[in-house]
Design a protein around this ligand. Structure first.
Ligand SMILES: [Zn+2]
Length: 291
């Protein structure tokens, strides 16, 4: 993998979804000009939060909606690319925190598209993020509840036209956290695109990953790192673009930089490895703080 990305991932600043008060500083509602990522895959999010559109003549797939107040912004981005929100036939969610799921209820209502999430993700969306087993429950702001959510199993798919998006359960950041993958083609060249969910560990005084009463918390997170590292991964997009310098890499790609930093088969592995280091640090801190 290229050196700048490695350095960035190694030093990735922990992003707390709970710290929404700092949202403006991070550009979470700052407009970003939408652009083609690769083939039928487009970026329609804001400067600080990803939303992805995958298009086909039979209809489109939208992944994530970003903050509740960004629904119009995402819709405008879709329109400015020449597509219609009304042609979105499926809305998928990475995880049920306001910065990724906040606008989904509004976008689902405006498009009429069904919403899809993992088993726990569906419960979390229907609860508007008010979910007891969420490590950030009580801190992360709630968001408009999504009335109906279709459950996708681990390894299950959502299909619209010739688009096939696969769900990979990657719990840890939230119980329902999901990474989505699909193939996008430009003429004859097809690439594996990964929309990696947040795999960062945040805890409060109540929830501890290291809680001896819940060994499954550590087990699940460690499996998540393995799952992400093993994904076929030509193009990595992260829910928070700055976690993988996604916008920087995409801009360099559009400018024709070689080697192309957008195509990096080691990117998922590097993201997982840097996250393991952070997670081990978090466990150490928790155990040291234990009374
Ligand atoms: Zn989050």
């Amino acid at each position: 993998m290229n050196k700048p990305l490695r350095l960035l991932l190694a030093g990735a600043v922990a992003l707390a979804c709970a710290q929404l008060h700092a949202a403006d500083d991070r550009g979470w509602s700052t407009p970003e000009k939408p652009f083609r990522i690769y083939g039928d895959t487009w970026y329609v999010g804001t400067h600080g939060l990803s939303a992805i559109l995958i298009t086909s003549p039979q209809g489109h797939v939208l992944i994530d909606g970003t903050l509740p107040e960004n629904a119009k912004l995402v819709e405008q981005n879709i329109r400015s690319l020449g597509f219609r929100l009304g042609d979105v036939k499926a809305i998928l969610n990475s995880h049920a925190h306001a910065d990724h799921a906040g606008a989904i209820a509004a976008l689902a209502a405006a498009s009429g598209a069904p919403v899809y999430a993992s088993h726990y993700g569906a419960e979390e969306l229907k609860a508007g993020g008010d979910y007891a087993e969420d490590p950030q429950n009580g801190e992360a702001p709630h968001f408009p509840k999504v009335a109906k959510v279709n459950e996708v199993s681990d390894g299950g798919t959502v299909k619209v036209g010739d688009i096939v998006v696969t769900a990979h359960y990657t719990p840890g950041h939230t119980p329902g956290a999901t990474t989505w993958t699909w193939r996008s083609c430009d003429k004859d060249r097809c690439l594996d695109v990964v929309y990696a969910d947040s795999i960062t560990a945040f805890t409060n005084d109540v929830y501890r990953y290291s809680d001896p009463a819940h060994p499954e918390r550590v087990t699940a997170f460690r499996k998540t790192f393995e799952v992400v590292a093993a994904l076929p991964c030509d193009v990595l997009v992260t829910t928070h673009p700055d976690m993988s310098d996604f916008l920087g890499r995409a801009a360099a790609h559009r400018a024709g930089k070689q080697p192309d930093p957008l195509f990096d088969r080691d990117a998922c592995k590097a993201l997982a490895q840097s996250s393991v280091v952070k997670f081990d640090e978090k466990l150490k801190q928790e155990r040291a703080a234990k009374p």
